[in-house]
Design a protein around this ligand. Structure first.
Ligand code: PEP
Ligand code: MG
Length: 587
């Protein structure tokens, strides 16, 4: 395996574990096509957008054709000439425009469906010439979609086994799709610990290293590679002895995993007998089993936006939502399930599902803002939630709330949907718990006001840190500034917990801070009694909690609250707290 030169690259370990495999380099993002309805007033603009995409695609093919001509000769350049001819075919373009107009759908969907239909027609014809046209058509469709979605396309057709994906950037939906194939690890140039792609890699138990500068330039397809998601290393062309060593470590990790699983039945209590609820964060249906296997006391966060990936290329139907919510609540019963309404936008599927093009999407139409701005799409989800609540306990959680008005708007919208369900005589609940994520600083700072209006809070530190410290959670260049122990964070967390306690409502934390044992003692000291985290992390955090004495932690938290910077807090915590029973590193 190890003939070429060994090379070791350092990044950030964002999904623990080790893997040995062969590199598959993905240059760019893959495309997804979703169907969504357009209001009549938008049809003209959508057709115009399609026409612009045709021009862009033409220009791109033209460039490729010239390059192919210079480098590869006339024969290959002819392929691109065929593409250009097809793109100039008014009949084909006319069909796409007709579909946009008549079906009132987005251009991506119209292109996809038209190409699919024409392709089937070509393929049903005997002549090999027509079959070739079907391939051309597919290529042209890709050019068009790429132009429409503003992304370059990469075809990932035949994956070998033990694939290590090497790429510049990866969206969460790509990570889901690839993770379900033969992929054993990811290494990407961008990203951080709390980016959704990293969260998905952890969900799927796939080792991942993020922020590996230069990895795409250093690797070629099929290179042997080791990914160390614990220490954040990518090792190209490893030696035989190195491979053996990693194989041994993989076996050790598997043993440790078995040991941890055996602690499932142990109660999650501190030394002085205080019970702490460890709930699961779930993104994908396969994690329902994980939640149970790792002994979760319920699901503290179900990120429903991932259902939109599952249903791709269509939007999920009301029945899709309903089936999943019923299953989730029933399988986790008697423990509670907190279902978050879709938190699309930002980097999560906005382009594909909602067709938003924003310069600064993380500060744009995401979470509850997008939900309220797309009532038709949200109604489908809300109807399913209320129907799933018939005969079951339903907890609905709203993402990205930044002001009280959003809760009022949600309630008003819900009142209309409840009326509709009643009129249709569909079984549903009117009695559900409504809560909000506290992940925007403005919400944290009015937590006392919000607490009067809802039944629970869940602190989302992934975003709260990003917005409070003005540090993009996906940006590897500023990841050193992404500090959960910044004093502003501790003050906000404390205020949110106190506000909840005074109002007599529940408060938990579902951001990744809750999954890191370095912070467990502090969070309990600040007053949290409920944490929600990736199911796989539950045994480790439980082991940590069982070593702690709660009565000693409040003074530690008080002391931290008096300190002026993250570094001071980190070194103080390192001095006073015992290390994790399972890990050896300090903060
Ligand atoms: C958070 O922001 O902490 C959170 C849990 O939500 P998400 O990671 O989905 O943005
Ligand atoms: Mg969030």
């Amino acid at each position: 395996m190890a003939s070429a030169k060994r090379l070791e690259l350092q990044g950030l370990g964002v999904s623990p574990g080790l893997a040995i495999g062969r590199a598959v380099c993905i240059e760019t993002q893959m495309l997804e096509v979703f169907r969504f309805p357009l209001p009549e007033s938008d049809i003209g603009a959508e057709i115009e957008r399609f026409r612009q995409a045709v021009e862009m695609a033409e220009a791109e093919i033209q460039t490729t054709r010239l390059k192919a001509h210079d480098e590869l000769g006339d024969d290959l350049a002819a392929i691109f000439e065929a593409h250009l001819l097809m793109l100039g075919d008014r009949a084909v373009l006319g069909q796409v425009e007709k579909r946009i107009r008549e079906e009132q759908v987005n251009a991506e969907w119209a292109v996809y469906k038209t190409a699919e239909e024409l392709g089937e027609r070509f393929e049903s014809l005997e002549s090999p010439q027509f079959r070739e046209r079907s391939d051309d058509l597919r290529d042209v469709m890709r050019y068009l979609l790429r132009a429409l979605q503003g992304v370059a396309h990469h075809e990932l057709s035949e994956l070998a086994t033990d694939v290590v994906i090497i790429t510049h950037d990866l969206t969460p939906s790509e990570a889901v799709r690839l993770g379900r194939q033969q992929v054993v690890a990811f290494a990407i140039e961008t990203g951080g610990l709390t980016s959704h792609t990293s969260i998905i890699a952890r969900d799927l138990n796939i080792p991942m290293v993020a922020g590996v500068e230069g990895v795409t330039a250093s690797v070629t397809d099929n290179d042997p590679v080791i990914i160390d998601g614990i220490d954040g290393k990518v090792i190209l062309h490893p030696s035989k002895s190195e491979i053996k060593k990693v194989q041994r470590r993989i076996a050790e990790l598997e043993n440790r995993e078995r040991e941890l699983l055996s602690t499932r039945e142990l109660p999650c209590v501190t030394r002085d007998g205080i019970r702490i609820d460890l709930m699961a964060n779930i993104d994908l249906p396969e994690e329902i089993d994980d939640a149970r296997n790792y002994g979760a006391a319920g699901v503290g966060l179900y990120r429903s936006e991932f259902l939109y990936i599952e249903a791709s290329p269509e939007l999920p139907s009301e029945e899709d939502h309903l089936r999943l919510y019923q299953r989730l609540i029933d399988e986790i019963h008697p423990h509670p399930v907190y279902i978050r309404t879709f938190d699309l936008g930002g980097r999560k599927l906005a382009r594909e599902v909602m067709d938003t093009q924003e310069d600064n999407p993380v500060l744009g139409l995401r979470g509850i803002r997008l939900t309220l701005a797309r009532p038709k799409i949200f109604k489908t989800q809300l109807r399913a939630l209320l129907r799933a609540g018939a005969g079951r306990k339903l907890h609905i959680m709203l993402p990205m709330v930044s002001a009280l008005d959003e809760i009022y708007d949600f309630r008003e919208f819900t009142a209309g949907v409840l009326k509709e369900l009643k009129k249709e005589r569909l079984e549903h609940t009117r009695d559900f718990d409504l809560g909000v994520m506290i992940e925007v600083p403005s919400a944290a700072l009015v937590a006392d006001v919000l607490a009067r209006e809802v039944s629970f809070f869940s602190i989302g530190t992934n975003d709260l840190i990003q917005y409070a410290l003005a540090v993009d959670r996906n940006n590897e260049h500023v990841s050193y500034l992404y500090r959960p122990l910044h004093p502003s964070m501790l003050r906000m967390i404390r205020f949110v917990i106190d506000s909840a306690r005074q109002a007599g409502i529940d408060c938990s934390m579902c951001g990744e801070m809750a999954a890191d044992w370095h912070y467990t003692a502090l969070l309990l000291g600040l007053g949290l009694r409920r944490l929600s985290l990736s199911p796989r992390m539950i045994p480790e955090i439980k082991a940590q909690i069982r070593e702690l004495t709660l009565s000693e932690l409040a003074p530690v938290a008080e002391r931290c609250l008096e300190m002026g910077c993250a570094k001071e807090i980190e070194s103080y915590l390192n001095d006073v707290l015992v290390q994790s029973p399972l890990s050896s590193a300090s903060i």
